[in-house]
Design a protein around this ligand. Structure first.
Ligand code: FES
Length: 283
């Protein structure tokens, strides 16, 4: 899934506000510049890309140029976990009128432009005005035994499935750090190739960090954090405590998200503001 157009500048990690979770600092946040800002001289043709600030997990090792973006979460009226998708507005961008989905959230400007890399910019699930199911749902062929045994593909994620999250463990890394699931969002009704890969973790570390962090308080619920799980290097799908990726241990990534394609490592408990050049949608 290499994407020759997906070339990123060095990430800047300009504002770090959860460092190793312990001692998470208060959000000092200045609202990020509009995600819809387009540098028409450098961006490829299309709509809704350009320089973008986003909140994501920190890349801590390997060749990936930057961290992976977060998907903000909330519960719906029935207690199912749901990814937040902003209201859509038509905006003038680079001389075109285009739909933009963005909103203020936790002191930041959350935009669906965050997910426009690795070909996802052309995924129908990422279309700002696509009216799709925002419920977080389990995928088929999960890496985790608990997921195979206790829930079905397509089921909505609920907190009671994770009641043992503060003690859960498997053969990878330490127990009690976070219980994972392989899930998707906005794409269960689409072709399998268009399913959005999401790494979900419920962790006491996130729950604790959200107590004094405006962004995490707004974007996580009950210790649940969701990551758009496409490696920023060459777009592989990494794993967290994936028993099929035992080499994670050799790279010190037993408690991290690990990409076995070229050994990039991401810390899902260090959430920082980062930036990249979002690729424009082909529409
Ligand atoms: S490290 Fe190369 S694709 Fe993930």
């Amino acid at each position: 899934m290499d994407d020759p157009y997906d070339q990123y500048p060095e990430d800047t990690d300009r504002r770090r506000f959860v460092k190793g979770v312990v001692g998470a600092g208060a959000l000092t946040g200045v609202v990020a510049p509009a995600a819809s800002m387009i540098d028409s001289l450098t961006a490829p043709p299309g709509a809704g890309g350009g320089p973008t600030d986003y909140m994501g997990i920190e890349k801590t090792g390997g060749p990936a140029p930057r961290g992976m973006p977060q998907i903000p979460l909330e519960y719906d009226d029935e207690g199912n976990l749901k990814g937040i998708w902003p209201e859509v507005e038509m905006q003038q961008v680079g001389g075109q009128t285009v739909p933009i989905a963005e909103m203020e959230l936790g002191g930041k400007l959350y935009s669906t432009t965050w997910y426009q890399y690795c070909g996802s910019q052309n995924n129908p699930a990422i279309e700002p005005d696509a009216d799709l199911d925002n419920t977080i749902r389990y995928t088929a062929n999960p890496a985790y035994d608990w997921q195979s045994n206790q829930v079905e593909a397509g089921d909505p994620v609920r907190a009671e499935h994770f009641s043992d999250y503060d003690g859960w463990g498997n053969v990878i890394g330490e127990s009690g750090i976070g219980k994972p699931a392989k899930v998707t969002w906005r794409s269960t009704e689409l072709e399998p190739r268009d399913r959005i890969p999401v790494q979900l973790i419920r962790s006491p570390l996130i729950e604790e960090a959200a107590k004094d962090d405006e962004w995490l308080e707004a974007s996580t619920v009950d210790g649940f954090i969701a990551i758009h799980n496409q490696c920023t290097h060459f777009c592989c799908v990494p794993g967290y405590k994936d028993p099929g990726q035992t080499d994670a241990m050799a790279y010190g990534a037993g408690d991290s998200i690990y990409c076995q394609c070229h050994q990039s490592v991401y810390d899902p408990f260090t959430i920082i503001e980062q930036d990249f050049i979002a690729l424009p949608r082909s529409d």
